[in-house]
Design a protein around this ligand. Structure first.
Ligand code: TYM
Length: 341
């Protein structure tokens, strides 16, 4: 990370990026278009650190064997999607204890009221009413620790995580007011397209990896046939015509997916499909999505055959991440008055 500068060189620190995905299920095109694919566009211009946030995943019950498998699968998707292991630090959260350690300190600088206002907590506690554990409530503080440990400038996420990044900023500002110059204040970084992919079965709800209705989500690793079938079954709206509008949430969602995969804007898409029916458009979106994901799936299959390689990436990533994280944690410990040797 820290490069030694040759004489005469001007030091220009690249801005740092941190982000992560929970290994809590098979990743969806929401995770891909809202987050992971954008990360691949940032890897040259920024100093990037991407984590598989397995500590977050246990805020809802996980089967241990599935969690272990999904943790490696998520890492493999990062690489298969195009993250170059020589340019990005890729690691697994539980390998760097500083995340949990900083989260404890930040807990003491986060208000109960702030956490109570988090919409994701309200949604998830309604969904898991038999298991509203303290971790689910506290989750945004762990997320703040993830980001602040690396002094990240930018946090590329989908729109559903924006509120958590904003809380992270509030915590960092508060901490810096008490103990100046501790944390970099991060900004959420949202892509123009793909930041809000909705369910194919209910366009009022976001596409979520834990949706029980398989037809609602398109998984990054779905086969072409499965992808085509899911788009074919996608709910559309009354009327006809491929037009982006608030009263056509089903078609508008499909247009946003098509736009994110092709780079075309809505007027271009409307012109391309003028006179086409919903069925034809759904097939076109399905084909485009399946073709874009085919190389990711192929690379993923290769990577999953070489567990040793994935382990070596995770190990190397954890070493680099630990070095950076421990610097911030020591600073925080000193600032709050913990005795150190
Ligand atoms: P998670 O695992 O739910 O989602 C991972 C990323 O995918 C984005 N995303 C979406 N984007 C567009 N449309 C969707 N339907 C969609 N669904 C998910 C999310 O916004 C996210 O960027 N708390 C985070 C993980 C996390 C994190 C962090 C992120 C933990 N620590 C620190 C950034 C920085 C989460 O649960 O994401």
């Amino acid at each position: 990370m820290d490069q030694t500068l040759k004489e005469g060189q001007i030091e220009e620190r690249k801005k740092r990026i941190f982000s992560g995905v929970q290994p809590s299920g098979n990743l969806t095109i929401g995770n891909y278009l809202g987050a992971i694919r954008n990360w691949t566009f940032l890897q040259d211009a920024y100093d990037c650190i991407y984590c598989v946030v397995n500590e977050h995943a246990i805020t809802v019950r996980q089967n241990p064997a599935d969690l272990r498998r999904q943790t490696y699968e998520t890492l493999a998707v990062y690489i298969a999607a195009g993250l170059d292991v020589s340019k990005n630090v890729l690691f697994i959260q539980s390998h760097v204890p500083a995340h949990a350690e900083l989260a404890w300190v930040l807990n003491c600088y986060t208000m109960f009221g702030e956490l109570s206002r988090m919409t994701q907590f309200k949604d998830k506690s309604a969904k898991h009413s038999d298991n509203i554990n303290a971790g689910l409530f506290d989750y945004p503080v762990l997320m703040a620790a993830d980001i602040l440990l690396y002094q990240a400038d930018l946090v590329p996420v989908g729109i559903d995580q924006k509120q958590h990044v904003e809380l992270c900023r509030d915590i960092a500002v508060r901490f810096n007011q008490i103990y100046p110059d501790t944390f970099t204040i991060p900004e959420p970084y949202l892509s123009k397209t793909g930041k809000k992919i909705m369910s194919l079965q209910d366009p009022a709800r976001k596409m979520s990896k834990s949706d029980e209705n398989e037809n609602a989500t398109v998984r990054i690793l779905d086969s072409k046939d499965t992808i085509l079938r899911k788009f074919k079954r996608a709910v559309t709206d009354s009327g006809s015509g491929i037009v982006y509008s608030e009263d056509k949430p089903g078609i508008s969602n499909l247009m946003s997916i098509y736009s994110a995969f092709t780079g075309k804007d809505y007027p271009e898409i409307e012109a391309e499909f003028a006179g086409s029916g919903y069925g034809d458009f759904k097939m076109a979106v399905g084909e485009t999505c399946a073709d874009a994901l085919a190389p990711v799936r192929q690379r993923f299959d290769e990577l999953m055959k070489d567990k040793g390689y994935l382990e070596s990436v995770a190990k190397q990533g954890a070493e680099t991440a630990s070095r950076i994280a421990s610097r911030t944690l020591s600073k925080v410990y000193r600032k709050v008055g913990f005795v150190t040797f």
